[in-house]
Design a protein around this ligand. Structure first.
Ligand code: GLC
Length: 562
């Protein structure tokens, strides 16, 4: 059996603080709001809270543009509030994972103010500056948020590089002083007692030598160039160093955000022999409904279950015994899973429960994003003015500018905008869903009167109660954590079924990802009389007398072999 470590056995709950709970009526969530909800989180049964960035920031990208790594954003409270939260969480046995942005800072960070001021400022080289080539951009890379990665700065008439928005200049990790200052900062947070880190956009901290332009057969002004700034060798050297110099004595839980890799490549980060990260967030399954990865996410493609199964199964099997998975189906950058992979209408409750069963029965550490546990859904604001996300607004501006129809652009936004996941947490059916006494920074989803925590608490059949059961089931059954995964019925268009095996324990997971009523045979070695149901999301299952299993829409069952 694999080494037993706490972060493998933990369930993580992700908080997007601006939208979680507002304690002071300014319309933004805050640290005291999180503090007030610790009972709720304890009752859910989670172990680790990952809090998206709460550092000082002008907030162009909701905190992913940090202007002071040592201070708490005023809207979120004070460092005392943070200390109190950390202490109280620890008292309850909960751990806190910080979100750290190492790839870039805010353009309001004092380093950048110095860097941009003069070419020979000592901090010039903390960022990536280039002069234009004969009046042209330094290269043709496209930003994740649209347009070029280069922004001309009038101060010195040179361009700086930003993979994300122009308010997020990329740091230059070739500069040893800058790296040193970052390592020190990580150390400072560990000394404070935090238990882990999610390293934002960490795959991109190294860029290809010489910043060459990407292949561009159609001679476009900018093109996606992910391979020139993702998962390069130098990222691994930096992570090794970070472990050796800073992390090792503290043993924090670490997860890296690494787009653009498959499981074999991921082993370079998470292989047990690597000294880098405990696990990574992979993106392959997040592009099953897109024409291509990265910025191609906006171009919808109908997703197919066999493809989703194939991707997940690859990750499950390749990493088994060699590394560790991080499993998620949504986060603050993704649409709501029930709207994307389930049914947010008639079968909302049941399909959200089915998806939860999936996440909680895979090998790897499960991540639950706020609101998933009550089945919160996408929004479809009619007007772009109601959106807040910088990526969404850039997308809209760019495509309207190119002459696309408003309807067409809004339809893409309804499907894929990050704001789908960023509307306020729905606590009860009072005004603004009990999230704030003031005006929320972004509109609450209209369905809050029906979908909210209070309603879920009082309904024993709710998604929330089901999550509690699932989490406790996972805790009690090591086979669900460590067991080897084997996919069944790879080509079935409706059913996702697999077994998990640990020593002499065997579990069978059956998930109906459709509104059909498909039928399957008991897999080889299994029979109704020798299978004990561990959990199921329908009250009255169809009979299994005929030796087959007939499923209801979005049904999920987990059996243990007797
Ligand atoms: C990550 C974050 C995302 C942010 C980006 C830039 O992808 O999850 O929210 O916009 O990095 O920091």
């Amino acid at each position: 059996m694999a080494d037993i470590v706490w972060w493998k056995e933990s369930v993580v709950y992700q908080i997007y603080p601006i939208s979680f709970m507002d304690s002071d009526g300014d319309g933004h969530g805050d640290l005291r709001g999180i503090y007030d909800k610790l009972d709720y989180l304890t009752d859910l049964g989670i172990d680790v809270i990952w809090i998206c960035p709460i550092y000082e920031s002008p907030g162009h990208d909701n905190g992913y543009d940090i202007s002071d790594y040592y201070a708490i954003m005023r809207k979120y409270g004070t460092m005392e509030d943070f200390d109190r939260l950390l202490e109280e969480a620890h008292k309850r046995g909960l751990k806190i994972m910080m979100d750290l942005v190492l790839n870039h800072t805010s353009d309001e960070h004092p380093w950048f103010a110095e860097s941009r001021s003069m070419k020979d400022n000592p901090k010039r080289d903390y960022y990536i500056w280039r002069s234009g080539k004969h009046g042209q951009l330094p290269n043709n890379w496209e930003s994740y948020f649209g347009g070029s990665v280069w922004k001309l700065d009038p101060e010195t008439n040179e361009y700086y590089l930003h993979l994300y928005s122009e308010h997020q200049p990329d740091l230059n990790w070739d500069n040893p002083q800058m790296a040193e200052e970052m390592y020190e900062m990580v150390h400072w947070w560990l000394e404070k007692g935090v238990d882990g880190f999610r390293f934002d956009a960490v795959a991109h901290i190294a860029k290809a030598e010489g910043l060459p332009s990407a292949h561009n057969p159609d001679n476009l002004p900018v093109v996606p160039a992910y391979q020139l700034f993702s998962n390069l060798q130098q990222v691994h050297s930096i992570l090794n160093k970070l472990n050796d110099m800073i992390l090792k004595p503290y043993g924090p839980m670490t997860v890296g955000e690494t787009s653009g890799l498959g499981p074999e490549q991921a082993l370079a980060y998470v292989g047990t022999d690597r000294n880098e990260l405990n696990m990574v967030f992979q993106f392959e399954h997040m592009f099953v409904d897109a024409q291509s990865s990265g910025i191609g996410k906006w171009n919808y493609r109908e997703w197919k279950l066999p493809e989703l199964k194939e991707i997940m199964s690859q990750w499950q099997t390749v990493l088994h015994g060699r590394g560790w998975n991080a499993n998620y189906m949504g986060n603050h950058d993704q649409p709501r899973p029930v709207s994307r992979f389930g049914d947010d209408g008639k079968y909302r409750v049941r399909s959200a429960q089915m998806l939860a069963t999936w996440m909680l029965t895979l090998e790897g550490t499960p991540y639950i994003y706020q609101g998933e546990e009550i089945g919160m859904t996408n929004i479809a604001f009619p007007d772009i003015e109601q959106y807040r996300d910088i990526e969404t607004m850039n997308y809209y501006r760019h495509h309207i500018g190119q002459g696309r129809s408003k309807q067409d652009v809004m339809e893409a936004i309804w499907l894929k905008s990050r704001d789908n996941a960023r509307t306020p947490m729905q606590w009860d059916d009072s005004e603004h869903a009990g999230f704030t006494k003031g005006e929320p920074w972004i509109q609450v989803n209209d369905n809050f009167t029906e979908i909210n925590v209070a309603a879920a608490e009082s309904d024993p059949q709710s998604i929330l109660h089901y999550y509690r059961k699932l989490i406790s089931l996972r805790k009690k059954n090591k086979v669900l954590i460590y067991g080897a995964y084997e996919l069944l019925l790879a080509d079935d268009p409706d059913i996702y079924a697999y077994t998990r095996t640990l020593d002499d324990e065997k579990v069978l997971v059956i998930l109906n990802f459709s509104s059909n009523e498909p039928e399957m045979h008991w897999p080889e070695g299994w029979a109704a009389e020798q299978a004990k149901l561990m959990i199921c999301n329908v009250n009255k299952r169809y009979s299994t007398d005929e030796g087959t299993i007939l499923l209801q829409p979005y049904e999920a069952r987990v059996y243990r072999m007797l």
